[in-house]
Design a protein around this ligand. Structure first.
Ligand SMILES: NC(=O)c1ccc[n+]([C@@H]2O[C@H](COP(=O)([O-])OP(=O)(O)OC[C@H]3O[C@@H](n4cnc5c(N)ncnc54)[C@H](O)[C@@H]3O)[C@@H](O)[C@H]2O)c1
Length: 474
């Protein structure tokens, strides 16, 4: 199929590249010229394991089934040939908690202005948007058609209801569940694909688009090997609102699970229990499950905070006060401050002390710093008068670029980070940190506090290596 993906961030770029790999002809559009230049040169503007290799493969040789992949600054160039147009632009949070929909709005109008009557198209919202946005996008596309196209080419939305000679389009919601750090595997081997639309034609076009994934008929790329025993993928087809709600509910549930683990961890500290044992003990119950039960510095990233806050605003818009969602956010916020409190408990005076943060990205295997706990912790400690050093295997350049206001001393490696520190904090659970020789770090430090904000070290080993070890909930 002919596909256009608008927005080449974490979601759009991975989606476009994977669809091209599966054999579709894809045009990825972005309004950031630097990104498009980089992509045309075969370079990925983001760090995502395997993406550069897959990108190069699709640009140079075509996808596995000879799909093509091109990049453009022009929405019109992408939309005109397309059967399916994805909106994958950002929906960042505003101070009120509501998502900022200006990028979706601009793109929806521009799609409308670019549509012609050559074929029916499905416009798919992949950006995470408030419930009801499908109808809103349909209205904006229609306004785009009316504002910029001559009367002879105007159509009106849904298939069957448009003028015979005007553009015909349908709007669908196809929420994205990929995780940064494993985005290609998550796209090619998802737990499910969710598609919401009012028109059966839209659902059937998207079923056709995703057929290689649903039936797992493609040859697995070397950068994302098919998990053993992985079979057909369930397709959940539903109405627009339910698809939009599925995305919010999924993220709210996962965020709540982590906040729950953190609340239990805080209680474990009071009663002398070990949350790592407790999480294993409850997680083995198949009704609960092991994943997303790790206590620590709390969740971050571009999605959880934004999406849970958006759901709170949506609830309030309907006169409903969502107690559990509010608590999920509050526990998470407090958890970051608890890490600072742990440092204060050990160092007593933080002012004038040097503290090393191991890990800046919000989680391992990404350079994404959006709502990263490390940044919040650094800001609070800097305000308290500490000197902060930082090291991250991938995200340091992004941090320097995006947060020039943060007065961090960047280290070359973990030993360089530890050098002269009174305390070090493991904030992001990169594999590189799990394998460290702690004694080597201790040897170059001024004092000996290790706050293990992700519970990645064995307390006895850390103590044996000379550290005062402080974990979370243990
Ligand atoms: N990042 C994730 O892990 C993830 C996972 C699931 C869902 N989502 C959702 O997907 C959406 C996109 O997220 P992301 O992380 O990929 O965002 P991002 O900020 O990384 O990328 C968005 C891209 O859209 C481009 N853009 C903005 N306005 C444009 C316009 N008018 N024309 C063309 N391009 C434009 C930007 O230049 C940028 O490259 C969000 O709604 C997010 O909530 C993200």
């Amino acid at each position: 199929m002919q596909v256009c993906v608008i927005g080449t961030g974490y979601v759009g770029l991975v989606t476009g590249t994977c669809l091209s790999y599966l054999g579709h002809d894809v045009v990825c559009v972005d309004n950031n010229p630097a990104k498009i230049d980089q992509l045309r040169a075969g370079e990925s503007p983001i760090y995502e394991p395997g993406l550069s290799e897959l990108l190069t493969h699709c640009i140079k040789q075509g996808g596995a089934q000879k799909g093509t992949l091109r990049f453009s600054m022009s929405i019109e160039e992408g939309v005109r040939p397309a059967d399916v147009v994805f909106i994958a632009v950002g929906t960042p949070p505003q101070p009120s908690g509501e998502p900022d929909l200006q990028y979706v709005e601009a793109v929806a109008r521009a799609i409308g202005a670019a549509l012609d009557a050559s074929k029916p198209r499905v416009i798919v919202n992949k950006s995470t948007v408030p419930i009801g946005s499908g109808n809103w996008v349909e209205m904006l596309v229609r306004e785009g058609i009316h504002s910029l196209q001559p009367a002879s080419q105007r159509g009106t939305g849904s298939l069957g209801y448009g003028q015979a000679d005007g553009p015909v389009f349908m709007v669908a919601s196809n929420p994205e569940f990929l995780r940064e750090g494993s985005a290609i595997g998550d796209t090619l081997y998802p737990d499910r694909i969710v598609v919401g639309a009012h028109e059966p034609e839209a659902l059937s076009m998207l079923r056709q688009l995703y057929a290689p994934i649903l039936e797992q008929t493609f040859k697995a790329p070397s950068v994302a090997v098919r998990p053993e025993g992985f079979g057909a993928v369930p397709l959940v087809t539903t109405d627009l609102q339910s698809a939009e709600m599925i995305k919010y509910a999924a993220n709210a549930f996962l965020a709540t699970k982590i906040s729950f683990a953190n609340e239990i961890a805080n209680l474990c500290e009071k009663v002398g229990a070990d949350v790592v044992e407790v999480a294993r003990g409850i997680g083995l119950d198949a009704r609960i499950g092991q994943r997303f039960l790790n206590a620590g510095a709390g969740w971050g990233g571009s999605c959880f905070g934004k999406d849970v806050s958006a759901l709170v605003s949506i609830a309030r818009e309907y006169g409903y006060e969502p107690q559990m969602l509010k608590a999920t956010i509050e526990v998470n916020h407090a958890q970051r401050q608890r890490i600072v409190q742990k440092l204060q408990d050990q160092l007593k005076i933080v002012k004038g002390k040097t503290i090393g943060l191991m890990g800046l990205a919000f989680k391992p295997n990404t350079d994404d710093l959006r709502d990263a706990p490390a940044l919040d912790i650094a800001r609070t400690l800097l305000k308290m008068g500490a000197r902060i050093k930082g090291y991250d295997p991938i995200a340091m350049e992004a941090c320097k670029r995006q947060h020039p206001e943060l007065d961090l001393v960047y280290a070359a490696d973990p030993v360089d980070l530890a050098w002269g520190c009174d305390a070090i904090v493991a904030v992001t659970e990169w594999d590189e940190f799990k394998r460290l020789d702690l004694a080597q770090l201790k040897a170059v430090m001024r004092s000996n506090v290790l706050v293990d904000a992700r519970n990645i070290y064995d307390p006895a080993t850390a103590e044996h290596d000379g550290f005062v070890y402080v974990g979370v909930g243990r």
